[in-house]
Design a protein. Structure first.
Ligand SMILES: NC(=O)c1ccc[n+]([C@@H]2O[C@H](COP(=O)([O-])OP(=O)(O)OC[C@H]3O[C@@H](n4cnc5c(N)ncnc54)[C@H](OP(=O)(O)O)[C@@H]3O)[C@@H](O)[C@H]2O)c1
Length: 314
């Protein structure tokens, strides 16, 4: 299995990692409808069996539930994947999620994540959202201290602009950035990706299938049947006027991937991975079958003619 170093770290990661937002289930503020924990655990085990060597999670996914499920899944595994988690979205007794980058909450979050995941150190710990902006330096300083204490191996950021990354780098190196990127959402190509290449910051792109829209299995009927609690029902990409264009793009990926015996999502993942500077793509999954269907993306790459055919769709 081909692996690549994440930024300037010694974490050698596969081009696909497993995303566990939907696995958080119904407790979060943004949910994907009901999720069976046994399906989630089977998905993680399947991914590890197929050679995928990292998992991305966050406390905010199901208010701790996703991290707990990941912790249960990796217990007793002889070959443990790297565990990447996040901080800065916290909740109190009222269960409402709020942003905090204060040193004391950052330190507490580290202890809570270690406990839920059942690990001695977090392989990568990322600031989930840069809010409130003036507190970025406070959080990053505390994260660098926790790294020195050995609780965290590497520190990274998510949803940061180049200007925000520059401020953090004045305090301690950034191993990686986690931004959104898919054939439907391409804004990082302008400034963010070039900046990360220049600064040797690894890039783990999220929502590469645009929340399932480019998986190959999304249809108008499926969208109409999504549970009321699934956030995608209200998302503009799942509604007209954007939906028809998005489904047509899915069709293009389906045709190209189909020529190689794969599902559309394999080509959609290869499309984000074509770009120099993208170290890995985080693939959100809900069961082992989904992992199995898209795992060929670990090695599949698009040819020049195929990339040109996709470019005609933009
Ligand atoms: N840092 C951040 O702010 C941030 C934000 C968003 C996401 N993330 C991370 O990135 C990960 C990936 O992003 P994402 O989950 O939003 O979107 P995604 O990877 O683009 O899409 C994931 C969804 O696609 C569907 N899918 C997956 N495999 C499939 C298959 N073989 N066949 C058909 N459908 C399939 C599943 O939903 P259904 O089966 O329900 O359709 C799955 O939940 C997250 O899990 C999370 O770890 C981070």
């Amino acid at each position: 299995m081909l692996t690549c170093p994440l930024g300037q770290s010694n974490l050698n990661i596969t081009s696909i990692g497993i995303g566990t937002w939907a696995i958080g289930g119904m407790e979060g503020n943004w949910n994907w409808g009901p999720q069976d924990d046994q399906d989630s655990i089977a998905a993680i085990h399947k991914a590890v069996d197929l050679g995928i060597n990292w998992i991305d999670t966050a406390p905010a996914y199901g208010k701790g539930h996703s991290e707990k499920v990941v912790g249960r899944a990796i217990q007793g595994l002889s070959k443990k994947p790297y565990i990447f988690t996040k901080n800065s979205l916290v909740w109190g007794k009222d269960k409402v999620i709020r942003n905090s980058l204060k040193a004391a909450t950052i330190r507490k979050e580290c202890e809570d994540s270690l406990k839920r995941l059942g690990v001695e150190a977090l392989d990568l710990w990322q600031i989930h959202w840069p809010n409130p902006d003036p507190d970025i330096e406070e959080a990053w300083t505390e994260m660098a201290t926790l790294q020195k204490e050995g609780k965290v191996r590497y520190i990274g950021v998510s949803n940061f602009s180049p200007a925000q990354m520059k401020r953090a780098m004045a305090i301690a190196p950034i191993t990686s950035l986690q931004p959104p990127y898919s054939a439907i959402r391409r804004d990082i190509e302008t400034d963010i990706l070039p900046y990360c290449v220049k600064e040797k910051i690894g890039v783990l792109v999220y929502s590469p299938l645009q929340a399932g829209l480019l998986s190959g299995k999304m249809t108008i009927q499926r969208i109409q049947e999504l549970p009321e609690t699934d956030w995608r029902r209200k998302d503009a990409n799942f509604q007209e006027p954007k939906l028809s264009k998005n489904l047509a793009l899915q069709e293009t990926f389906a045709k190209i991937a189909g020529n190689h015996g794969h599902q559309a999502g394999v080509a959609a993942l290869a499309w984000v991975l074509r770009r120099a500077g993208v170290t890995g793509a985080i693939l959100g999954v809900r069961n082992a079958k989904q992992v199995e269907e898209l795992a060929p993306a670990l090695d599949f790459r698009l040819g020049k003619n195929e990339l040109e055919e996709i470019a005609k769709r933009f």
